[in-house]
Each structure stands twice: as C-alpha cells, then as structure tokens.
Write a protein that binds this ligand. Structure first.
Ligand code: HEM
Length: 442
C-alpha cells in the first residue's frame, strides 16, 4: 500500500491524489499497480479524486457505485474519444452521441441480440474456432495462454464478419499494423508507426468495403455481416457505407483483446482452483458439447459463473470515461464543463458492500443470479454505449470454458498455473503475455 499519500493538494476543491512523479504524474504507478492505486485512492480520499495522467493532463476519477448514473447522464458524453483516438475509431459508434448514435445503434442492435446471433449461426462459428484452437491442447505440454486466446478472439470476430479461414493470416497482419494508428507519434514517413497504421487502415477499408457491397447485393441476410449491411433504421435507411466499415473495424478492436483477456483469466483461475476445474468438467461432460447458441447458455451455470467472476476481478476495460457537457454535480461538487470524468470500473467491481470478500475468486457469488444489476454488468459499461458485443462475449467465453473442460477432461488432463500471475494494465487488464500454463495429468 501507500501508493498515494494522505496529504493531497486541492484542485477545484477536490483532492489530487498524492504520490505524483515529476512530469509523468501517476502514470508510473498506474502502469504497475492500477487496481491497487484506485482502491487505495478511494479509501484515502473518498469517491472523487484527481489523477494526473502526465504532462499536466488531469482526470477526475469518480469511484462510486453511483457512477453507473454518469453513463446515462445527458450532462456527459463520449465526444472526447474523437480527439483521443480519431484515426483508430473513425465514425464508429464509440465516438458518436445523441440522436446520430441512437440511429446507428438501433439499426445494429438486432444483429447482436441472442436471436440475431442465433440466426447468424454465431454458435457454430465460435464452436468451430474453439475446436480448432483448443482441441490440440490435450497433446501439448504447455500453453502460452495470452497469445493463444488473442488468436481465438480475433479469428472469431473475423469469421463472424465472413472472412474466409484461408485469408485470416493476411487480415490478422493488417489489423496488427492498423493498431499503430493508436501511437500518437506525429512523424508520418515510410516505415514509421503512423505510416504503417494508415497503410493497413487503407487495406482494411478497401477489403471491408468490398465485403459490405457484396453483402448488400445478396438476396438473403443470414450471416452477421449481411444482417448488419441490410439492416434499416426506422426511416428505412441503411447504415451509410463508410460508417458501417468503421463499425466493422470497431468490432475487431472492441471485441478482440477484451474477450481474449477474459478467456485467459478464466484458464488461469481454473488452473489454480482444482475444485472449479472439476465442477466445470462435470458440467461440460454432462452437456456433451459446448453451447451451440446463446439460448443454451443456461445449461452452463458453472462456466457462466467462472466467466463472470474472472471478469469481475479483471475487467479488461479497467476504467471508462465521459466528458462533462452540461450541468453536472457529483458528491456536492459542481463539475466544470470540459472535465474528463474517469470511472474506475476495476474499483467498482471490488466494492466490498456489493461484492463481499471482493479480492477472492468466488464464482458461487453468481449462482442463481439471473437478473443482473447495472453495477454487476459494469464491466460492459452502461447506458447508450453499453457493449454491443455483450452476448457475443458471453457466448464466446462460456464456449471456451466448456471446450477446454471437454478437451482436457477427456484426455485426463488439466492446466497448471503459477500461484501468482502478474497483471498488465495497458491498454487492457490482462495477464502478463509471458505467462505459460502447463498441461498436466488431472
Ligand atoms: C469481455 C468482453 C468485453 C468487455 C468487457 C467489453 C467492454 C466494453 C465496454 C466497457 C464498452 C464501453 C461502454 C460504455 O462506454 O458505456 C464497450 C463498448 C463496445 N463493445 Fe464491448 N466488451 C467486450 C466484448 C465485445 C465484443 C465481443 C464485441 C463485438 C463483437 C464488442 C463490441 C463493442 C462495441 C461495438 C462497443 C461500442 C458500443 C457503443 O459505443 O454504442 N465488445 N465494450
């Protein structure tokens, strides 16, 4: 502990967390101990405190169960995202707000509902990818879990939008290069990150454009891409082509490292907790196969509770944020317009009032909890921007747990992990990419 000091300066009448480094502010601490930083800051200062994100960039953190309301407030929106990562996010849902956001979101929502995903046969795609990737693990002596789940998640997203399995490596490469656009280096010369990111962006743009145009000419709308491409809003209009392309790129971004990290944490906890591993093998064996559709998830309460608990302890999106655009009062303070208010999801999910024994992996806390409160699903955000891929993530993660248990259970094997696994925090909470799980006899 003692990452922040009791002595705090005030800014706009609210405490600036202590323990700042010159110039870099809290970043060196947050990069190494993000969860501990927010838990300690809440204990020391209460729900509101400033975090110095370096170079004089301050973010007001609101660490309270009440922060759920901020996601729904009309006095705050997501427009700051355009400045932070405009090249990466384009004109996708995540940078839009108000009526334009609602219009596109309402058009795309049905494709991502349990019914829409079943019609698009997402269960079959997820099952096929899991069998291909997880199936061989029974014959391995170890699994490098972070790269492995990353590949699974990316293959699923790409196959969901109809990219043939034979083209996956080219898409994976282009996508990895495209991520260079997130690096804010102003130099745009050949070979530099910005240049490589833009080149890959043009490649993805052209290929996605072809896919969208093809999908719009088809007579049927069975696959996810055709459903998205042919969906019409209340005025009978299609989503504009450029916007649809940017949203397809967003799907790969938003639905890739997030689920990959959650699946990796599930595997790690299962490798550390034989009791939960045995319960999962028993459940998967009884069902005989992983869930084939979102409707079948109810047959996998053990896998679901392991997914929910891994997500609670390690929410991949550790903190979300909104910028103040109207009159906003928090904890009796009037918050100036233009302030970026950070919401430390990671601390909300370890609030002892809502989650007793908050630092312990206890999947049983989710048993019998079919109706979820907004706080319980806060790892997916809340309000109008609530994760579009919520049902995909749920399906994918439960299917992963079931496939893992079936594959290794049948071979009389299980995974073994070190007792302590280091976390990485940027850009998502994930296990250290170097972590290796052993495959051992059960
Ligand atoms: C465990 C997995 C996942 C987690 C924890 C997660 C978390 C989140 C969070 C925190 C947000 C922001 C919500 C807000 O600001 O209110 C978000 C938005 C979004 N997510 Fe996810 N996500 C996951 C998986 C996925 C998947 C698999 C997809 C796609 C198939 C996806 C697509 C999206 C999209 C498109 C948005 C933007 C929605 C909007 O702005 O309207 N996510 N997600």
């Amino acid at each position: 502990m003692d990452l922040v000091s009791t002595k705090a300066q005030l800014r706009e009448g609210m405490p600036v967390a202590g323990g700042r480094w010159p110039v870099l502010g809290h970043m060196p601490t947050v990069l190494r101990r993000l969860t501990a930083f927010h838990l300690e800051a809440r204990e020391r200062y209460g729900a509101l405190y400033w975090m110095d994100a370096g170079f004089g960039n301050f973010q007001l953190m609101y660490s309270s169960a009440e922060a759920v309301a901020l996601f729904r407030s009309k006095a705050a929106d997501s427009s700051y995202m355009r400045n932070v990562a405009g090249d990466l996010l384009g004109e996708s849902l995540i940078v839009m707000d108000g009526a334009p956001h609602t219009k596109v979101r309402n058009t795309l929502n049905p494709s991502f509902s349990p019914k829409g995903l079943s019609t698009a046969n997402i269960g079959e795609i997820v099952g096929r990818v899991m069998t291909r990737h997880v199936g061989p693990w029974a014959g391995e002596s170890e699994v490098s879990i972070v790269p492995a789940t990353r590949e699974i998640a990316l293959d699923i997203i790409f196959q969901m939008i109809g990219i043939p399995a034979t083209d996956l490596s080219a898409w994976r490469k282009a996508y990895e290069e495209f991520l260079f656009t997130a690096i804010n280096l102003p130099i745009d010369l050949p070979g530099f990150p910005k240049w490589r990111g833009r080149k890959a962006s043009r490649w993805l743009q052209a290929r996605l454009g072809e896919l969208v145009r093809q999908a719009r000419t088809k007579d049927t709308a069975e696959g996810l891409l055709e459903r998205m491409a042919q969906a019409r809003d209340a005025d009978g209009e299609l989503v504009e082509e450029g916007q649809l392309i940017d949203n397809l790129r967003l799907l790969a971004l938003a639905g890739h490292e997030t689920t990959a990290s959650t699946m990796a944490w599930m595997a790690i906890h299962l490798a550390q907790e034989p009791k939960w591993w045995e319960a999962l093998v028993e459940e998967a064996t009884r069902n005989g196969q992983p869930p084939q559709s979102p409707m079948e998830l109810r047959n996998f309460p053990v896998a679901e509770s392991i997914f929910r608990e891994a997500l609670r302890l390690h929410p991949p999106v550790a903190a979300d944020a909104r910028v103040v655009i109207g009159d906003l009062e928090l904890e009796g303070h009037s918050i100036p317009k233009g302030t970026i208010v950070g919401i430390p999801i990671v601390a909300m999910l370890r609030d002892p009032d809502a989650f007793p024994d908050p630092h312990t992996f206890r999947p049983e806390r989710w048993h019998g909890k079919d109706r979820q409160t907004p706080l319980e699903t806060i790892a997916f955000g809340s309000g109008p921007h609530f994760c579009l891929g919520y049902h995909v993530a749920w399906m994918e993660s439960v299917c992963f747990g079931a496939q893992l248990a079936l594959t290794l259970g049948k071979a009389g094997k299980r995974l073994k992990a070190p007792a302590k696994v280091p976390e990485r925090y940027v850009p998502f909470i994930q296990p250290s990419p170097k972590i290796v799980l052993e495959v051992v006899g059960a």
